[in-house]
Design a protein around this ligand. Structure first.
Ligand code: VGL
Ligand code: ZN
Length: 235
């Protein structure tokens, strides 16, 4: 019988490390959001086979903005998203202050992030009709909405990635959904705890962490053995 040697080909995904998700000026600032940058820059120095930054990239008329729904309040109100190709498929989503609007300063990746080490930027949330927390795809499945499926999976497959390490913002929204999708797509998936912060702070992280672990995503530390294994790789 041929010996099957599993090949460890880890990728790093930096989710939405953008001005609007960070103090001091972000419209949807995550507490401590800026503090993760040194951890991310250290990870970017490691020999991951692929390093991808994602950006929440919304048009001004995006469905997730409370300002686009008369009478709605950011953080408190919700709206129903409908699959444009199948009115029977719907989901409820929370409304937010306008954020990461294309062409605005809040859309920019943080300047202190080590951009030179990022291989590619993947855009998400570009279709005004749907919310897209996961950097892979919107929750619409029946059928999937073409404009709300990114090329992230394709890029990971093309690079023969085996393991996906997720960090960024926000832990309780786009990081968790991206990690759950990565795991569902068959990648061994990790979230580096020091590399994320939640909209809902420490309390939200405790819940998010349990959900990740329940779904088979490992929550790890930046100085843990999984990161040591990446360090041990030679490109
Ligand atoms: C996000 C809320 C709305 C995120 C994006 O990147 O976590 N959260 N849009
Ligand atoms: Zn958004």
């Amino acid at each position: 019988m041929p010996l099957l040697v599993p090949i460890f080909r880890p990728a790093l995904i930096l989710v939405d490390v953008q001005e609007d998700f960070c103090p001091p000026n972000g419209s949807l600032a995550v507490p401590g959001g800026r503090d993760i940058v040194p951890v991310l820059n250290d990870l970017l120095k490691l020999p991951f086979v692929l390093k991808i930054a994602t950006k929440d990239h919304h048009p001004p008329d995006h469905v997730s903005f409370a300002s686009n729904h008369p009478g709605a309040t950011a953080f408190a109100s919700t709206t129903t998203i409908v699959n444009p190709a199948n009115p029977a498929e719907t989901y409820e989503t929370q409304l937010w202050p306008a954020h990461c609007v294309v062409g605005t300063p809040g859309n920019e990746l943080l300047p202190e992030l080590d951009h030179a080490r990022v291989d590619a930027v993947v855009l998400k949330g570009t279709d005004p009709r749907v919310e897209m927390y996961s950097a892979f795809r919107s929750p619409l499945r029946d059928p999937p909405l073409a404009g709300a499926v990114s090329d992230l999976e394709e890029r990971l497959r093309a690079a023969q990635v085996s393991d996906v390490f997720v960090v960024g913002l926000a832990g309780d929204f786009c990081v968790v959904n991206s990690a759950l999708d990565a795991a569902q797509l068959g990648f061994s998936t990790y979230v580096v705890e020091e590399g994320t912060r939640c909209v809902g702070g420490a309390e939200a992280w405790a819940k998010t962490r349990s959900l990740l672990e329940e779904k088979g995503v490992k929550v790890i530390h930046a100085d843990g053995p999984e990161i040591e294994a990446v360090k041990a790789l030679r490109l």
